[in-house]
Design a protein around this ligand. Structure first.
Ligand code: KIV
Length: 270
């Protein structure tokens, strides 16, 4: 489609979708080609997730990835996208120390082509960061429930919001993020009924990451969806393909062709 005719997704589009009861899709991407294909496939929001720490860089947790690395992936993804909203996940320590450095680090992602940022957690400080970012013109996606950057204080990969009190606490936090100007909030590893209750009591869209079907949107890590990342797959991730098998098969056939002399053929040489 001609690029002038493509209507870019923006934060108002997502709010309108929630209001009309229509769901939207979110997938992660870390490189130019994947971002281009997700955009072509009609994925509404592309997240340069800090999950790339494990999936693309082989680190153990998201803590190890830094701003400079996220900048490289943000630039690559933004170049591949025409329609989808592009959001950069801000890495650990990039917005935690003080508001000026939070604005600077998040602003760098916008300069490289992101349309907004995602930040994890809730506290008085985080609410101030959200306000300041929005005042600066940077749309913010919140992230509550299980927040991987808090893995060590949460004591492991644990479901959050299991009781009514705990769901109420997440709702309180989400409402304050909404009041501070966040345009959406990811709910990660929250029981479906708790996520439903939170979703029904917010005006901004909720994005489920293992939080069930009642959220306004669903997000997954694309390498899980493609069957490319095999170290660990969460229960809530649906695998739509077996890219690992495809890659291994293609690589094996190439290896055999090289070693047997079948590659290159006459039409593959100058
Ligand atoms: O880093 C990530 O990929 C994420 C999403 C899965 C929500 O935070």
């Amino acid at each position: 489609m001609c690029s002038q005719l493509i209507k870019k997704v923006n934060i108002k589009t997502l709010r309108n979708l929630k209001n009309s009861g229509e769901k939207f899709s979110v997938l992660t991407a870390y490189d130019y080609s994947t971002a281009k294909y997700l955009d072509e496939a009609g994925i509404d929001v592309i997240l340069i997730g800090d999950s790339l720490a494990m999936v693309a860089l082989g680190y153990e947790t998201t803590h190890s990835v830094g701003v400079e690395e996220m900048k490289i992936f943000t630039r690559a993804v933004a170049k591949g996208v025409k329609r989808s909203l592009v959001i950069t996940d801000m890495p650990f320590l990039s917005y935690h120390t003080d508001i000026p450095s939070a604005v600077k680090n998040c602003g760098e992602m916008i300069k490289l082509g992101a349309n907004g940022v995602k930040i994890e957690g809730w506290s008085d400080y985080i609410l101030q960061v959200v306000k300041r970012l929005v005042e600066t013109g940077i749309p913010v996606m919140g992230h509550l429930g299980f927040t991987p950057q808090f893995l060590n204080t949460l004591g492991g990969y644990k479901i959050q919001g299991k009781t009514l009190e705990a769901a109420d606490e997440i709702l309180k936090q989400a409402k304050q993020l909404e009041d501070a100007g966040a345009f959406s909030v990811v709910l990660e590893m929250v029981p479906q009924e708790s996520a439903k209750y939170i979703t029904e009591n917010l005006t901004i869209p909720t994005i489920s990451c293992g939080a069930g079907k009642y959220c306004d949107a669903q997000v997954l890590v694309s390498d899980d969806v493609f069957g490319k990342y095999s170290d660990f797959t969460p229960k809530f991730a649906r695998k739509y393909g077996d890219m690992k098998a495809l890659i291994v098969d293609c690589a094996k056939r190439f290896d055999e062709d090289v070693k047997s002399g079948r590659f290159p053929a006459e039409n593959e040489v100058f």
